[in-house]
Design a protein around this ligand. Structure first.
Ligand SMILES: Cc1ncc(COP(=O)(O)O)c(C=O)c1O
Length: 385
């Protein structure tokens, strides 16, 4: 059939040679995925079962990233989401119903807590917060309707390491699932499934992306039934990850090992330097004894990444902490972490019940890839107290 030029713009006859063998996964963008014929049309979301049906459920780029995260975490399947917080929402919305009870550590990532307070409670879920260092005593908080026990280890900002195996044992005895935010370990320094976790999530935004230029999340499961629940819910929530961002994350993964090693070493050197400073009361780095749960980190983790916190002496005022952060030149002030740029953020826990009494004196650092000595010099120059 002859084609006019306008039709050729859409249905071209151009052919390019086949057989290009790139080292990188192509970026497959797309909403529409073509079916072989009318009879093949289906809206099934599981592309491993049904073949490709719609871009929302993942293009080959998205599924390549999902497969690689799954391989690292040694799960059954991974679902990629448009951000870490979306992974958290997907888990809760897929696995909970009205009347269910969830247990959440006081040290959980702030927006995870806010989701539980503001949305899960609105839909009739019961939420109880527990001390992250509770260990097997969590059994006393488990109710007949407890469905999920969240863990995050180390905890956000205050860095408590949790006894995940003990928590998992108590949860499983009562028929509850254990869900873990495994972002800090980048899914590699803590083998969540071996330690009893049922569902993990990561903000790939952090170490996997690694360059502060994307937002992505992952949910990994070891069980087919849970995967079906998550996949079916993702379809209805419509949270599709961008294949361009997945491509960046795939690139980030290639250098993850060297970045983690360099960042981890630098962070530990800086943590030990801070621990000797007269202005500092305590350093909350899992590889130091001063971090709550340090012995659990030694038992369960195979490494440490580059985010940790420190607490100024008791006489240091809020204004002095702010002055310190503002005096830093190499450390920038900003949320998120896991990139190559060092960051510093001061927090104030004075009005938070259930968090340790560090008040306004706690500062969280993200260590990047700058020279360690330069970062130490920057911290030293900023020590205004
Ligand atoms: C521990 C943790 N989990 C989840 C998230 C959310 O990730 P995202 O920013 O990709 O939504 C963050 C972000 O800071 C985080 O620190």
């Amino acid at each position: 059939m002859p084609k006019q030029w306008k039709t050729k713009l859409i249905h071209s006859d151009v052919e390019v040679p086949e057989g290009y063998r790139s080292l990188t996964t192509p970026v497959y963008r797309g909403s529409t995925s073509l079916f072989a014929d009318a009879a093949a049309v289906t809206d099934a979301w599981d592309q491993y079962e049904a073949g490709y049906t719609y871009g929302l459920y993942g293009t080959p780029t998205t599924l390549e990233l999902a497969g690689r995260i799954c391989e690292l975490e040694q799960g059954y399947r991974t679902i990629i989401t448009p951000g870490g917080q979306c992974a958290i929402s997907l888990i809760n919305l897929a696995l909970l119903k009205s009347g269910d009870h969830i247990l959440v550590p006081e040290s959980i990532y702030g927006p995870n807590r806010k989701l539980a307070n503001d949305i899960l409670r609105r839909f009739g879920a019961q939420v109880t917060y527990y001390q992250p260092t509770i260990g097997s005593d969590i059994a006393s908080l488990i109710q007949p309707n407890t469905r999920l026990v969240w863990c995050e280890s180390p905890g956000s900002i205050t860095m408590e390491i949790q006894d995940v195996p003990a928590i998992a044992e108590a949860a499983h005895r009562a028929g509850a699932l254990v869900v873990m935010d495994n972002t800090w370990s980048a899914g590699v320094y803590f083998d969540a499934f071996t330690h009893g976790v049922d569902v993990t999530m990561q903000a790939l935004t952090k170490y996997v992306g690694g360059h502060s230029d994307l937002l992505l999340g992952s949910v990994t499961v070891k069980d087919k039934t849970i995967y079906q629940q998550l996949g079916a819910t993702q379809q209805l929530l419509g949270c599709a990850a961008s294949p361009d961002d997945c491509s960046l994350a795939l690139r980030g993964m290639k250098t993850l090992a060297v970045r983690l090693e360099a960042i981890g070493q630098s962070a530990f050197t800086i943590a030990r330097w801070l621990a000797e400073r007269p202005e500092v009361e305590r350093v909350l780095h899992p590889a130091l004894e001063s971090c709550p749960g340090h012995e659990l980190w030694q038992r369960d983790f195979t490494g440490a990444t580059g985010v940790f916190a420190f607490v100024f002496r008791r006489d240091v005022t809020k204004a002095q902490v702010t002055e310190f952060v503002d005096a830093l030149k190499l450390f920038k002030v900003g949320y998120s972490w896991g990139g190559v740029t060092s960051l510093a953020v001061a927090y104030d826990f004075s009005y938070y019940k259930g968090r340790p009494g560090y008040q306004h004196r706690i500062v969280r650092l993200n260590i990047g890839l700058e020279a360690t000595d330069d970062l130490i010099a920057d911290l030293e120059n900023a020590m205004v107290v």
